[in-house]
Design a protein around this ligand. Structure first.
Ligand code: AMP
Length: 406
């Protein structure tokens, strides 16, 4: 079965065509600047080279058409006919409390996702545009939605409720939802496979450290807590997002700097995090370079970053009454031995100890804990597209509407 995996942003479409037989990526690419000047499609060829296509693309439907034409192209493509695509799996950010697993897309599902758009105004509307465009161009195949929030729906109320008047939960659905669920699910399951153990018996803490970053406590295959909240702004500090701060700072800044709510929101989402704390960049590589060259503020921002990850690990160990596995994934988690080292030092009380030479790895699966470590510490590159394709295949093959939660 060949499955097209689609991840649509407000001006971009990321795609992968996966042959499920050998779990082989036949083709992948990224179309950016849809509806803007100079749209560009970077299409990856089988030999690893990138073929760049520039075209006028006014909306997501034109974008999807260009992607399908490229997949059909004799030289660049991977299929002979559109009927070679058996199903489409869509990444969708927010399903609110409506769906706790992946679903076949029907008109009811679309209506439910439209209702959730208020909770994810930057993400759900483009996701829905991608679904609509793909359904128009591939009307005869099943389309499946895989949600970022779904995996975290297993959290108990004590983990997802905020101590504000409950009327706001009832009225607006204000609660912790959590994001990156597909990534946390993938790396936790993969950790079990690599260790030759069923992940549903393990206590796992997963650290998804990318430009957006979140952590999860996964107890016997269920997410019991996660660091992102009502929006992706809560939790760890990230490339440009502030993460946890005292909420009173918002009011203080509004008054002192004479800022509107939207300006404070932008400040906390786009100018804070690594960029704000380091004063250097939102990119961890730049901060590591500046720190190595003696920039004190950059060094402090690295220490702040590692320290808050440590604090989350401690709280998740307490929440699960133990930990068997600690996983690092995403851009920083997969590629920064320095951050992994800073997070894991002085954690021997919890049984976490890494082997410095094993830790010298970038972008590859590896167990990096020392022989004495009680906890398995692992680096696992994430693969959300594969999970989306697998969920899609299961729903289509089993002829079901929704994946059962196991
Ligand atoms: P992601 O959002 O998962 O693509 O992660 C992006 C982030 O990963 C970038 O902002 C970088 O800070 C970080 N990153 C990528 N490569 C490295 C590296 N070699 N060392 C440290 N950080 C890296």
């Amino acid at each position: 079965m060949k499955i097209l995996v689609i991840n649509t942003g407000s001006s971009s479409i990321k795609y992968q065509l996966i042959d499920m037989e050998g779990k082989e990526v036949l083709s992948k690419g990224l179309l950016e600047r849809i509806g803007l000047p100079n749209p560009v499609l970077n299409h990856k060829l089988n030999d690893g080279k990138i073929h760049v296509i520039q075209a006028h693309i006014k909306d997501h439907e034109e974008g999807m058409k260009l992607i399908l034409d490229t997949l059909l192209d004799e030289k660049l493509g991977a299929i002979k006919s559109l009927s070679d695509i058996d199903a489409v799996g869509h990444r969708v950010v927010h399903a609110g409390e409506k769906y706790a697993s992946s679903v076949r897309i029907t008109s009811d599902v679309i209506n439910a996702l439209e209702e959730c758009s208020e909770l994810a105004p930057l993400h759900n509307p483009p996701n829905l545009m991608g679904i609509s465009a793909a359904q128009k161009l591939l009307p005869d195949v099943p389309h499946v939605a895989v949600f970022d929030t779904a995996f975290h729906q297993a959290m108990p109320p004590k983990a997802y409720l905020y101590a504000i008047p409950m009327s706001f939960y009832d009225k607006y659905g204000i609660r912790r939802y959590g994001f990156h669920g597909t990534s946390h699910r993938y790396v936790a399951r993969r950790a079990g496979e690599m260790l030759g153990k069923n992940w549903r018996v393990l206590k796992i803490v997963t650290c998804h450290l990318g430009n957006g970053a979140s952590m999860a406590a996964i107890d016997k295959g269920k997410s019991v807590d996660t660091s992102m909240g009502f929006t992706p702004l809560e939790g760890l500090y990230m490339g440009t997002r502030c993460g946890n701060i005292d909420p009173a700072i918002v009011i203080f800044l509004e008054e002192k700097e004479n800022l509107t709510p939207q300006q404070v929101y932008d400040l906390l989402n786009k100018k804070s995090g690594m960029l704000g704390a380091s004063g250097v960049s939102s990119d961890m590589r730049d901060i590591e370079d500046h720190s190595a060259n003696g920039d004190k503020r950059a060094r402090t921002s690295l220490e702040m970053y590692a320290y808050q990850i440590k604090r989350y690990i401690g709280s998740y160990v307490a929440a699960m009454n133990g930990i068997d596995v600690l996983v690092f994934t995403a851009g920083i988690g997969e590629n920064s031995p320095l951050i992994r080292k800073m997070v894991c030092e002085n954690m021997d009380y919890l049984g976490i100890e890494i082997d410095e030479s094993k830790n010298e790895v970038r972008g590859k699966e590896r167990i990096i804990s020392s022989d004495n470590s009680k906890v398995e510490v692992m680096v696992i590159p994430t693969n959300e597209e594969l999970v989306i394709a697998e969920d899609t295949e299961k729903i289509v093959k089993e002829g079901i509407e929704e994946l059962p939660i196991v």
